[in-house]
Design a protein around this ligand. Structure first.
Ligand code: UD1
Ligand code: UDP
Length: 304
């Protein structure tokens, strides 16, 4: 069985790392296809290096752009590679543009262009969606559209919880295609937490004492792309720093950094730092007094 693992952003690299390690361990025939949705060193390569992941065989280098532009570029690029590689299964993880476009590219090859792409007679490419069945029920979120559509074009739905399975069944997904697996972020945390506490001391580097600082991440489009909302979040963080008289550390996502500059927002008394590597982040997370976040992965991690 040939597997193509499609990933493109920071959380996908982290959450797919246990799956990649499992494929390695079992000697499976798999390759990694990176879409290049994330490309800055500290959003991409640092995780491959630190988690000791094999190189992607392909990188589409799609970079940043509007939703439509990114989706279109990934769709075309993935289709071309799938026609070349002819895998049995494509795996995607989560709810990003990479996930939707990757799943859709594989699914479309089920349907019509068999003749055109020269794979007539080959079995259809199956799509496996890791982290299936999550819903916010907010269709304003780009991620909600991505996860619903990815689920509905997948053949194997790897649901993190029983509740996610129920949601999928409620939407008419056949029970036999759903597998409750848990969330791979839990594996990622447990595989790396020990390493994180023994190897790095992120707290020293930042002059922090355990349980005496707040850790923040905020990057959701609907939070940081609207001036009033982002400003409100920053003013709230400033009040936290002031009232508790403790450091508030915010490794700032490039989208949030870009919007802060664009809106000319200042954050007084908040330590804005570049996004950090995974082991440092795990250590900062596990020793913080409190984590304030709008990140899906960070919420799951802190509960692991
Ligand atoms: C994407 C996902 C979001 C996920 C997040 C994880 C979609 C629709 N959104 O949001 O669900 O939570 O990744 O971090 O897929 N940029 C860089 N360097 C990079 C990547 C991005 O500078 O390596 C900047 C660019 O200015 C870009 C902006 O960040 O325009 C947004 O990047 P994009 O990938 O479009 O969306 P994210 O906000 O990262
Ligand atoms: N993370 C990291 N460095 C940071 C901030 C976050 O390694 O500076 C990790 C974090 O441990 C988690 C993942 O990035 O595993 C979450 O990604 P993000 O918040 O970008 O996306 P989301 O989960 O919201 O889609």
């Amino acid at each position: 069985m040939r597997i193509v693992i499609i990933l493109g952003t920071r959380p996908e690299i982290i959450k797919m790392s246990p799956v990649i390690r499992a494929c390695e361990k079992q000697g499976l025939d798999y390759i990694i296809l990176h879409t290049g949705q994330h490309y800055s060193y500290n959003m991409d390569r640092v995780f491959f290096e630190q988690l000791d992941l094999p190189e992607a065989k392909y990188n589409l280098d799609v970079g940043s752009g509007s939703h439509g532009e990114q989706t279109g570029k990934i769709l075309g690029g993935v289709e071309r590679i799938l026609m070349e590689e002819r895998p049995d299964v494509v795996l995607v993880e989560g709810d990003t543009t990479t996930v939707l476009a990757g799943a859709l590219a594989a699914t479309k090859l089920h349907i019509s262009p068999y003749r055109a792409c020269g794979v007539m007679g080959q079995s259809p490419i199956k799509v496996g969606h890791v982290e299936a069945g999550l819903r916010s029920y907010d269709r304003q979120m780009p991620e909600e559209i991505n996860r619903v559509l990815a689920d509905h074009c997948s053949d194997y739905l790897f649901a993190p919880t029983e509740n996610a399975r129920k949601i999928l069944i409620g939407e008419g997904v056949p029970d036999a295609t759903i597998f409750v697996t848990g969330n791979t972020i839990v594996d990622a945390v447990y595989q790396n937490l020990e390493l994180a506490s023994s190897r790095k001391n992120a707290l020293n580097d930042l002059n922090l004492e355990p349980k005496n600082y707040f850790l923040v991440t905020a990057h959701r489009q609907e939070n940081v792309d609207v001036k009033k909302r982002f400003e409100g979040i920053i003013r709230g963080l400033e009040r936290v720093a002031d009232e508790f008289d403790l450091p508030v550390v915010y490794p700032i996502h490039p989208r949030a950094r870009k919007m802060m500059n664009h809106f000319e927002l200042k954050a007084n008394g908040i330590e804005l730092i570049e996004p950090v590597d995974y082991l440092s982040f795990l250590q900062l997370e596990s020793r913080a007094k409190l984590v304030l976040t709008d990140s899906g992965g960070v919420q799951e991690e802190t509960r692991s």
